[in-house]
Design a protein around this ligand. Structure first.
Ligand code: NAD
Length: 282
């Protein structure tokens, strides 16, 4: 795949110290983008940037917090000085957290009458846990966009790529905060596509199916490394019967970033999911 249009463009990748966004950062660098790898975990961001540079690409790492406007302004200043103004913003930082998760798929009578400390029901969810997950995924994309879209309004072919999830279409059991937040991110993608259209900024989303990474590890794998019952259910509901590999998101990312392929596309949310979203279960 070659995407000449992307050569020399400045790509800002939030969550670039993580599994999927680290892959996105590498992919954009291979197309000649100058990549800023942003992450709360500065060491992880640095490792990703170092790998890009070792492979002959151009990248810098910036430790920052997508929930803190000042921290993002500071990141923008560094990036503008070292790489230039932002052409592509990949809003990737996000994920679920046990704080926003119930133990069981559905409410069971036994958990109402016989309280078990190890079972977190809907009634045990606390607002702080829900806010943590909701803020990370929703405000964590809104704040970086407020900061970096300032660079983009001056450009002809700027674009924003959001990362949603299967739960943006239908909620997944046990993760009410993450489900609601990713539905909000899909809705926000559409809102921004409309809002920024006169400025020529396209805004689209990738909806990954199931990929085994750090943020969902406790849901997918037991401590001894064996698959959880949830993993069995996911694979049974994925017609291709496997988890995705991070590099299988590359084609959709490059398609959405390169106006030669997607110049008239804005406001879409593309599933890359082995058929999960199409399958009714029957
Ligand atoms: P990951 O945990 O490997 O990466 C997420 C990264 O975000 C981490 O490096 C983390 O340090 C960083 N981060 C967290 N809070 C931050 C903050 N406040 N400021 C800056 N950085 C912060 O997870 P991943 O699976 O690679 O997820 C990447 C994106 O893909 C997320 O938005 C996630 O919701 C989404 N997603 C993942 C899957 C999957 O199956 N893994 C499926 C659908 C969507």
């Amino acid at each position: 795949m070659t995407h000449e249009n992307l050569k020399g463009r400045v790509a800002v990748v939030t969550g670039g110290g993580g599994v999927l966004c680290g892959q996105f950062a590498q992919t954009l660098a291979k197309q000649g983008c100058k990549v800023a790898v942003l992450d709360l975990n500065e060491a992880a961001a640095q490792a990703c940037a170092d790998e890009i540079v070792a492979n002959g690409g151009e990248a810098i790492a910036v430790g920052c917090n997508v929930l803190d406007s000042e921290s993002m302004q500071n990141a923008r200043k560094i990036i503008n000085e070292k790489l230039g103004t932002c052409d592509i913003l990949l809003n990737g930082a996000g994920g679920n957290n046990p704080k926003g998760t119930t133990t069981k798929d559905t409410l069971e009578q036994i958990d109402l009458v016989q309280k078990d400390e190890n079972v977190k029901t809907f009634f045990d969810l606390d607002a702080d846990g829900i806010s943590f997950v909701f803020n990370l995924n929703f405000l964590g994309t809104l704040i970086p966009t407020q900061v970096f879209a300032r660079d983009m309004v001056e450009k002809e072919h700027a674009c924003i790529v959001m990362i949603t999830s299967m739960n943006a279409f239908r909620p997944l059991t046990r993760i009410p905060a993450y489900s609601a937040a990713k539905a909000a991110v899909k809705n926000f993608t559409e809102w921004m596509a409309v809002h920024f259209a006169p400025m020529g900024i396209r805004v689209n989303a990738i909806a990954p199916g199931f990929f085994s990474t750090k943020q969902n590890a406790t849901l997918l794998w037991n401590e001894d490394g064996t698959p959880t019952a949830r993993t069995g259910k996911i694979l049974a509901a994925t017609p291709m019967n496997r988890f995705g590999e991070p590099e299988e998101l590359d084609g959709t990312l490059l398609f959405l970033c390169d106006e030669a392929y997607s110049g008239f596309i804005t406001g879409v949310n593309i599933p890359v999911d082995g058929g999960f979203n199409a399958y009714s279960g029957v």
